[in-house]
Design a protein around this ligand. Structure first.
Ligand code: FPP
Length: 253
């Protein structure tokens, strides 16, 4: 268990790990009498801006919800468009990510994607795996319930093999088997477009995360809007179950 002074690092006013639900592409397009997919296209431009600005601000990990396990329910042309967009980005931008020192990671059940996309995902992750800059995590066919389920399945297998006993199951052990188990949890979560839901994103990982909701639609989310969220974060007191007094004492320790 970490002590209050360990939790209150001087750098804690800037999120190390930022997680984002990029929502509102469809409404952005509808407001302009454009097809929904035009909103996704514009969403990619916003994504570029935010990746660049997050690096400029010194964020270490940026996790983006690109395609949820429920998004398969959308019209098939929209699903195909999103998957093509993903494939094109990987084909055209992996080299650029690499040049900027970005390490790409994809979390989710990728086995449901077509072989070409799966191969490109594996290639892009492998190509950037030794980079030391921003860790860019793309959640694709991801769901928080899926993540917990696959972790429980791993634990079940270890119990069956006899390499784990039930007495040793702890929060740390479960965490280590989740998709982001080797990374610190998100400090700040942003959802655009006015919806105030987690929508089966990082259910376990968001336990102590500061939540920021904005009415701005994702394609309009830019550097200024990200800075507003960072200002919001810098004003929050993160207590992790402690009291304000404990945190004040530990900041003088
Ligand atoms: C939610 O808006 C957005 C998505 C489901 C897809 C997000 C994708 C991108 C920003 C671009 C592609 C990114 C990658 C990595 C390929 P919505 O369609 O639910 O908007 P609405 O709620 O207004 O209908």
């Amino acid at each position: 268990m970490r002590t209050p002074s360990e939790l209150m690092k001087p750098s804690s006013k800037l999120p190390r790990h930022l997680a984002v639900i990029m929502d509102g592409n469809g409404r952005w397009a509808r407001q302009r009498f454009l097809p929904r997919v035009a909103g996704h296209r514009a969403g990619v431009d916003a994504l570029h801006k935010i990746v660049k600005h997050a690096m400029k601000r010194g964020i270490e990990i940026l996790t983006l919800f690109a395609f949820s396990s429920e998004n398969w329910r959308r019209p098939s042309y929209e699903v195909s468009y999103l998957l093509d967009l993903f494939l094109n980005m990987l084909e055209n931008e992996t080299q650029k990510l690499h040049e900027q020192g970005i390490q790409l990671r994809i979390i989710g059940d990728c086995s449901q994607f077509n072989e070409k996309l799966q191969a490109q995902m594996a290639q892009a992750q492998d190509f950037t795996s030794r980079n030391k800059g921003l860790k860019l995590v793309i959640a694709a066919n991801y769901g928080g319930q899926w993540d917990l389920t696959q972790a429980m399945r791993k634990i079940g297998e270890e119990l069956e093999r006899g390499t784990l006993s039930s007495a040793n199951i702890s929060a740390e052990l479960i965490n280590a088997r989740l998709s982001l188990g080797d990374l610190p949890p998100p400090d700040l979560f942003i959802r655009t477009s006015g919806e105030q839901r987690i929508s089966n994103f990082l259910l376990w990982d968001l336990a102590y995360t500061e939540l920021y909701f904005t009415e701005v639609l994702w394609p309009d989310f830019n550097e200024v809007e990200l800075d507003k969220a960072l200002v919001f974060f810098s004003g929050r007191e993160r207590r992790f179950g402690c009291t304000s007094e404990q945190l004040e004492e530990s900041s003088y320790a």
